[in-house]
Write a protein that binds this ligand. Structure first.
Ligand SMILES: Nc1ncnc2c1ncn2[C@@H]1O[C@H](COP(=O)(O)OP(=O)(O)OP(=O)(O)O)[C@@H](O)[C@H]1O
Ligand SMILES: [Mg+2]
Length: 273
């Protein structure tokens, strides 16, 4: 009887792209009984490193919940998240906090600026918290981020003295100055006019192209998604599609709930990558 050498049966796994983040069976359930909400229903997702991924989907589809769980800000009910090769569920509280500080930037949908600190202090808060020195390199990056976001003349003001769009830009600056490997941004252009949006999106894209950072951005706007490489579409707590470099027609067709003539995002506009 001839035997096949074992090595012939075991094909080496093809080397896939490096992953910045991944989720397996990610489930998040809020509340109990009648009030129970299934925000995430077993999401499997791979976010490739060094790419700009947009997350789209109707309001309530689970986008913010997914971002919070991926970033380790919220605990999933079930399932696992891996960032930069580390399983987050294996980390203790302090370890997780440190890991997030070193690897993850987050732009909250609701900004989360500290009201008693002026804008400049808010932007440098992650350094303060980490006990990290603001050296010449950080200062140069700070100046670049602040200039790109047009915040130069507002740095001495507290959040309460800033417009919604200015607060949003401070929140974006705070997430970017430390150049984390992965940046999660929850509707970062939701409060910005179209010119400022284009600046912010162009800057995020440069972070990916020139610095090799990974950006995951929630947006309702096709114009904003056009800056991304890939688009994840969520529907009712599940991944409906993960589109790699979609063109406008494919993206619009995916976003349109079947049988309706309108988009499921509330967004409009063309895709021009
Ligand atoms: N803390 C919470 N307690 C109970 N339910 C929650 C909580 N946070 C979110 N939800 C519910 O989970 C679902 C998903 O919410 P999530 O904020 O992730 O949606 P989203 O896609 O980000 O929506 P939007 O586009 O409006 O920001 C919604 O039905 C929401 O009401
Ligand atoms: Mg949200």
């Amino acid at each position: 009887m001839s035997t096949t050498p074992f090595t012939d049966l075991v094909q080496p796994a093809p080397a896939g792209p490096a992953l910045a983040a991944s989720a397996r069976g990610l489930t998040k359930t809020y509340g109990r009984g009648d009030a129970q909400v299934h925000a995430l229903r077993g999401v499997d997702l791979d976010v490739p490193a060094g790419r700009f991924t947009a997350v789209m989907g109707t309001s309530g589809s689970g986008k913010s919940t997914l971002m919070h769980c991926l970033a380790g800000l919220d605990q999933p009910t079930a399932g696992s998240v891996t960032i930069a090769g580390r399983r987050l569920d294996g980390l203790g509280d302090d370890e997780l906090t440190r890991f997030r500080r070193d690897h993850v930037g987050f732009v909250f949908q609701a900004f989360n600026l500290l009201p008693m600190l002026i804008a400049g202090q808010n932007i440098l808060l992650p350094f303060e918290l980490a006990g990290r020195k603001v050296d010449a390199g950080v200062r140069a990056r700070y100046d670049e981020v602040v200039a790109t976001l047009g915040l130069g003349d507002r740095l001495g003001h507290r959040p309460g003295e800033l417009s919604g769009g200015q607060q949003q830009r401070v929140a974006i600056a705070r997430a970017l100055v430390a150049q984390p490997a992965i940046v999660f941004a929850d509707e970062p252009t939701g409060n910005l006019d179209s010119d400022t949006s284009a600046e912010v999106l162009g800057f995020l894209r440069r972070c990916v192209r020139e610095l090799g950072q990974t950006v995951v951005m929630v947006t309702h706007e096709l114009d904003a998604a056009a800056y991304a490489d890939d688009v994840v579409v969520l529907a009712d707590g599940t991944v409906r599609a993960h589109l790699v470099e979609p063109d406008a027609d494919r993206l619009v067709a995916t976003l349109r709930p079947s049988g309706t003539g309108h988009l499921g995002t509330g967004g409009h506009g063309g895709v021009a990558r």
